[in-house]
Write a protein that binds this ligand. Structure first.
Ligand code: FE2
Ligand code: FE2
Length: 323
């Protein structure tokens, strides 16, 4: 596989594991295309045409060194110049086992600049749980503005520049992998049918990545509610969709009948708002959840014969059945 084929596969897997139906995603891409066609020639020249086919603007190819047959991928949660230098070091010391591509989970470059492009997904998922779409959308709009401004001053292309200088292929896969976590965790919880919040923690601890995280001291934790609280209706609204949504949403979620939220991570402001709304919050864990998502994606590469070299917090666990 080359980098473009890996990128295409990531987008396909993202759509396949999206909580929204494929038809809804296609409709949104069509709307973007219609808007694009109405732009002036100069506006079109500045428009990123990848947005016409990729619904996950936080995931992209940053540099392609031209390797046609990628045999080895170094993958991690956060990649910066240090990880890229590790790849170069490994390549110099063992040229027979060359790393052909580095894949980050968290966005870099254009993916980081466009992180908020995927946050609309959260409003659509909240609507599936009964939160009126107008409420979810308007709260999300405010939050998207905040996040857009907070990432605005970042040095977005620092690591991309390093990859180019080192001649190392580099890409990142964010929301497609997060969609894979959300679907996987939802399936596990739906199978186990936990009655109490404590049962959710038990259920999560049966997933290898969370088990390993617990050994490392960062296992699933309860941020709101007690192990003996009834779980009620469980929502998977805070696993995918870029980054944390609006703190004002918990009151609306409670009104929609949600009892427990399973999230990857949560700020203090959001925790307090959830408690105030009597919503139980189970924090599955950030890097452990991201490891799970990346593992599910990397398994698809492993199936195609690509070797995975984990780095930067990624706890590699393969679900590929060995022949
Ligand atoms: Fe993630
Ligand atoms: Fe993350």
């Amino acid at each position: 596989m080359n980098i473009q084929q890996i990128y295409k596969l990531a987008i396909e897997l993202g759509i396949k594991n999206d909580f929204r139906p494929k038809s809804q995603i296609e409709k949104q891409l069509k709307r973007i295309k219609e808007k694009y066609e109405k732009l002036s020639k100069d506006e079109k020249a500045l428009f990123d045409t990848e947005k016409l086919t990729n619904p996950y603007t936080d995931s992209c190819v940053h540099f392609d060194s031209g390797v046609k047959n990628i045999k080895r991928v170094m993958a991690g949660i956060d990649i910066d110049s240090a990880e890229l230098m590790i790849a170069v070091y490994l390549n110099n010391h063992n040229p027979k086992k060359k790393v052909d591509l580095v894949i980050a989970h968290h966005p870099e470059g254009k993916g980081l600049a466009d992180l908020t492009g995927v946050m609309h997904l959260q409003a659509d998922v909240l609507a599936q749980y009964g939160v009126p779409i107008n409420v979810a959308e308007s709260l999300m709009k405010i939050r998207i503005g905040e996040v857009t401004r907070s990432i605005n001053p970042i040095n977005h292309y620092k690591t991309v520049d390093a990859a180019k200088l080192l001649g190392l292929s580099f890409m990142n896969v964010h929301t497609p992998a997060d969609n894979m976590i959300a679907k996987f965790v939802e399936a596990k919880i739906k199978k186990d049918k936990p009655e109490y919040v404590g049962d959710i923690l038990k259920s999560l601890l049966e997933i290898p990545e969370y088990r390993e995280a617990a050994k490392q001291g960062v296992g699933p934790k309860l941020f709101s509610g007690s192990p003996d609280s009834h779980a009620g209706k469980i929502a998977f609204t805070e696993i995918t969709g870029g980054t944390e949504g609006s703190a004002k949403i918990y009151e609306k979620m409670a009104q929609a009948g949600i009892g427990t939220v399973i999230a990857m991570h949560q700020s203090e402001e959001h925790k307090k708002a959830a408690e105030k709304a009597h919503i139980n919050v189970v924090i599955a864990g950030h890097i452990s959840s991201d490891s799970l998502g990346m593992n599910l994606f990397l398994d698809e590469l492993e199936k195609k014969g690509i070797e995975i070299v984990p780095c930067s917090g990624l706890t590699r666990y393969s679900r590929v059945k060995k022949k």
